[in-house]
Design a binder for this molecule. Structure first.
Ligand SMILES: [Zn+2]
Length: 328
């Protein structure tokens, strides 16, 4: 029986259940907390309890698992997520990788093939593979997938290096990949191009934030290459409204693409991009539906109204997430 690592340990992929494929428990930079957070807007106990409440609410609405692509650059810190996972029924699957729109972190710039410290293997690959095989830092929690970014700037040297390192770790371990893309700049095409060159299995790649686009030709092109479309930012209306996202998904499902779409909200229990109460209030005004419960509460009924069948919804919520985490 194939298993997937979760924060609480290995889980049979058959038990993943209804899965939201792109949610964050905490987006929280250690540097921000250490320098400007303590005692002001960050209270560890309050935030852990709040995360448990939010995830329990999601579990009560019939969601079994969230897949959390928080990596270096977004403040991944597993001990805090472990505290949350120990107190909620929801399964949490975590990632390794690097979140950058441009340059690679300085810690890698002088190390690697042909660099000042000339190594045979890119140390990024070594670090990613260790997270996937042995565990993250000393937590014993294994990452289940790889995450990186190709934003509007495209394949800068840093972004290109991280994407190719992700591909190398994927080839070595078989772990699947999620790439944050910019739908307006249609950077999913660059992801397909590079991952194809690198010999990745495109059927185990999620083009994250593809659902910000309503360009059917672009979306079909990615899906026809075998990729999974991340229809994963429900509630972020500034990128695409819920009504338009639903229309696009319903059309693609009717055209036979239900097996190449996954659903999510890209929500966070806490995100330090909106650290204090004033910022959080502004966020609630500008994106009132960007919550942990928008998909089960509002989106699924809207998709049903638009003719998406239960079988197709199961495919997006259960079947494709399971296949994604099973070895090819
Ligand atoms: Zn995200």
């Amino acid at each position: 029986m194939p298993t997937v690592p979760t924060v609480r340990g290995p889980l049979d992929t058959a038990d993943l259940g209804r899965t939201l494929m792109h949610e964050h428990v905490f987006v929280l930079s250690t540097e921000h907390v250490q320098n400007h957070g303590t005692g002001d807007w960050w209270d560890e106990e309050e935030r852990v309890a709040d995360a448990v409440t939010k995830l329990d609410e999601l579990a009560a609405l019939g969601i079994d698992t969230i897949v959390d692509p928080t990596v270096w650059g977004l403040g991944r810190h597993l001990p805090r997520v472990q505290r949350v996972a120990a107190q909620t029924a929801l399964n949490i699957v975590v990632a390794t990788g690097i979140y950058t729109y441009d340059e690679a972190p300085f810690q890698y710039l002088n190390r690697g093939p042909g660099r000042l410290v000339d190594t045979a293997v890119d140390p990024m690959v070594t670090d990613f593979v260790r997270d996937l095989r042995e565990g993250i830092a000393d937590t014993g929690v294994r990452a289940a997938f790889l995450k990186c970014v190709v934003e509007a700037k495209g394949l800068t040297p840093g972004v290109d290096r991280v994407l190719r390192a992700v591909a190398a770790a994927h080839r070595e371990t078989g772990a699947p990949i999620t790439v944050h893309t910019n739908a307006r700049a249609q950077t999913g095409r660059l992801v397909v191009q590079v991952l194809r060159e690198e010999g990745a299995d495109l059927t185990r790649v999620v083009i994250g934030h593809a659902g910000d686009s309503n360009d059917r030709d672009y979306l079909r092109e990615l899906a026809d290459a075998g990729c999974v479309l991340g229809m994963d930012r429900f509630g972020l209306d500034r990128y695409n409204t819920t009504a338009a996202r639903v229309d696009t998904i319903a059309e693609l499902a009717a055209a036979g693409y239900a097996d190449r779409m996954v659903l999510s909200q890209d929500a966070s229990c806490f995100i330090d991009w909106f650290p204090d109460e004033e910022a959080r209030a502004a966020l609630r005004r500008s994106a009132p539906n960007w919550t942990f419960t928008h998909v089960p509460t509002d989106v699924l009924p809207l998709l049903r109204e638009r003719g998406v069948t239960e079988e197709q919804l199961d495919q997006m919520l259960v079947g494709t997430p399971r296949r994604y985490f099973e070895p090819a």
